[in-house]
Design a protein around this ligand. Structure first.
Ligand SMILES: Cc1cc2nc3c(=O)[nH]c(=O)nc-3n(C[C@H](O)[C@H](O)[C@H](O)COP(=O)(O)OP(=O)(O)OC[C@H]3O[C@@H](n4cnc5c(N)ncnc54)[C@H](O)[C@@H]3O)c2cc1C
Length: 486
């Protein structure tokens, strides 16, 4: 961008931000804060809601709460500002997979959409020229939303433990300067794809390969170090392809991708289910219907985007092996030995990328680990017919209507229901309204309405007192005004 274009873009964005301010004014947003101030166990006022994670879902949750008049909130993120979420950390695709026109976390306000921001900052014609959204541009947009909505975000703040605390939640936070304890009435876990169990690495992969001979696809990888090397990739999903392409572009000599299937999945069923009906309706289905739909989605893994496949196969040195389930991957000196089921000949490589996605297991989720035995999972609440039994899916938490955790035992800690899971783990309970762009607006509306209603219920005595004290003299300017009778 030339200095002139940069100047035009800055003035376009400044004008756009005035439009955002005007839109908010026209909608009366944000409304006055209304919840009661309640003391916490340490005598300090409780925070109403702590949102953990300042990525797309954390932004939408925080904005929704503020727009619901619940303004005593904090947002904490372990990453530095501008590096929340996967976009500049472990995402390796050139562009987002989603189409560019989705409203995403705009909270129903046109000037907050990606399109409105992009048109304002990129100048005339930019939107038409844009094919899909580059991931660094998406990160810029999310950072702009954080700023223009003045969200109360603290970066470099890692939540390491959540614990019941006399009707509230105690939140242990580690920062560069030490550890502190916050108390909140409610907590929203907007902790992303890895936020419900971390990275999934199958047992067949020798942990002794780390750090010099292997990495998970969703970890930081120094691809410069892999120049001239032979890379084995375990898995055939989108992250596998993104990592293969990145390694080859960085000069890797060869990539061998090992895939269990005989062909790649052909259809992205998630796109077929990206409809308002699914977003609004899945949470209203009974357990059998929700489970069957979730199993269907899980059985129909999406294909990698065609752009990603074309990007990868454009590079020399790429090989894909179908019908090649990896039985073991282990260290042999300075190389990786990969054994394929049913094949006596081992394959070797200089480095292994494990592209097997994320796990769902609350016991492995640092902030919830101590509470995990008390949390109800789908396995606790629903027994599917044998054909639909999927033990790995049974570990998903069984959530209430407002994304709140449920107790496994009736006499378990009631405070669990003050923790709202607003990440991918909500999928079987409420549908694809958390961890993906198309449904995020529906999810945020549902979450924030549920939290506002729960706080209102708890504060009903305070709200009645406030109502009693409300004495605005409507008739003061008329002959029927009776002083002292307001
Ligand atoms: C590589 C990749 C590509 C994707 N592409 C698309 C796409 O094209 N379209 C689409 O719809 N979806 C896509 N998704 C899915 C989804 O949109 C993203 O995962 C998105 O980042 C979800 O937003 P989020 O706010 O839930 O999580 P994130 O953006 O991951 O944000 C979670 C935040 O929580 C913070 N955090 C986690 N734990 C703690 C803790 N204990 N204490 C403090 N902070 C914590 C993290 O630092 C992080 O910043 C993609 C996902 C990935 C991984």
């Amino acid at each position: 961008m030339s200095p002139r274009e940069a100047c035009d873009a800055a003035s376009g964005l400044a004008a756009h931000e005035r439009r955002v301010a005007r839109d908010l004014e026209l909608l009366g947003l944000p409304p006055r804060h209304w919840p009661a101030t309640k003391p916490g166990p340490d005598g300090q006022p409780l925070i109403d809601v702590v949102v953990i994670g300042a990525g797309m879902c954390g932004i939408a949750a925080a904005a929704g709460l503020i727009f619901a008049g619940v303004r005593n909130i904090r947002v904490l993120d372990q990453n530095p500002a501008g590096r929340e979420g996967p976009w500049l950390t472990f995402a390796r695709m050139a562009t987002l997979r989603s189409p560019k026109h989705l409203p995403g976390p705009a909270m129903g306000i046109p000037s907050l959409t990606f399109r409105a921001w992009y048109e304002a900052s990129d100048g005339p014609g930019g939107w038409e020229r844009l094919y899909k959204i580059p991931r660094d541009v998406w990160m810029d947009y999310l950072g702009w939303l954080q700023r223009v909505l003045a969200l109360p975000i603290e970066n470099g703040a890692t939540v390491t433990r959540l614990a019941p605390a006399g009707g509230a939640i105690a939140i242990t936070v580690e920062t560069g300067t030490g550890t502190r304890l916050l108390h909140a009435r409610r907590v929203v876990l907007a902790t992303g794809r890895g936020g419900a169990g971390g990275l999934h690495t199958p047992d067949l992969v020798d942990r002794g390969l780390w750090p010099d001979l292997a990495a998970h696809a969703n970890e930081a990888i120094d691809f410069g170090r892999l120049k001239g090397r032979r890379i084995a990739v375990l898995g055939g999903g989108d992250a596998a392809w993104d990592n293969a392409a990145t390694a080859l572009e960085a000069g890797a000599a060869q990539v061998d991708m090992y895939v269990r299937r005989d062909v790649l999945p052909q259809v992205n069923k998630g796109r077929g289910a990206a409809l308002a009906g699914f977003f609004a309706g899945v949470g209203a289905l009974d357990d059998a219907e929700r489970w069957s739909l979730f199993v269907y989605r899980d059985d129909h893994a999406p294909p990698p985007p065609h752009e990603t496949v074309l990007r990868t196969i454009r590079q020399p040195g790429f090989n894909i092996h179908f019908n090649a389930p990896v039985a073991a991957a282990a260290r042999d000196g300075a190389r990786v030995v990969v054994r394929i089921e049913g094949d006596a000949t081992p394959r070797d490589a200089d480095f292994l990328v494990v592209a097997t996605g994320f796990a769902i297991d609350l016991r492995a989720c640092r902030e919830l680990a101590a509470l995990a035995p008390e949390i109800a999972t789908w396995g606790d609440r629903y027994t599917p017919p044998p054909a639909l039994a999927r033990p790995h899916l049974a570990l998903y938490p069984y959530l209430g209507d407002g994304f709140e955790l449920q107790r496994r035992r009736l006499d378990g800690p009631a405070e669990l229901e003050r923790i709202h899971v607003f990440n991918i783990a909500a999928m079987p309970s409420i549908g694809a309204v958390t961890g993906e762009i198309p449904g995020i607006g529906y999810g945020a509306d549902r979450l924030t309405a549920a939290i506002a209603a729960a706080i209102f219920r708890e504060d009903i005595a305070h709200m009645r007192r406030e109502l009693d004290a409300f004495a605005e003299p409507e008739l003061e300017s008329t002959p029927f005004f009776v002083p002292g009778r307001e």
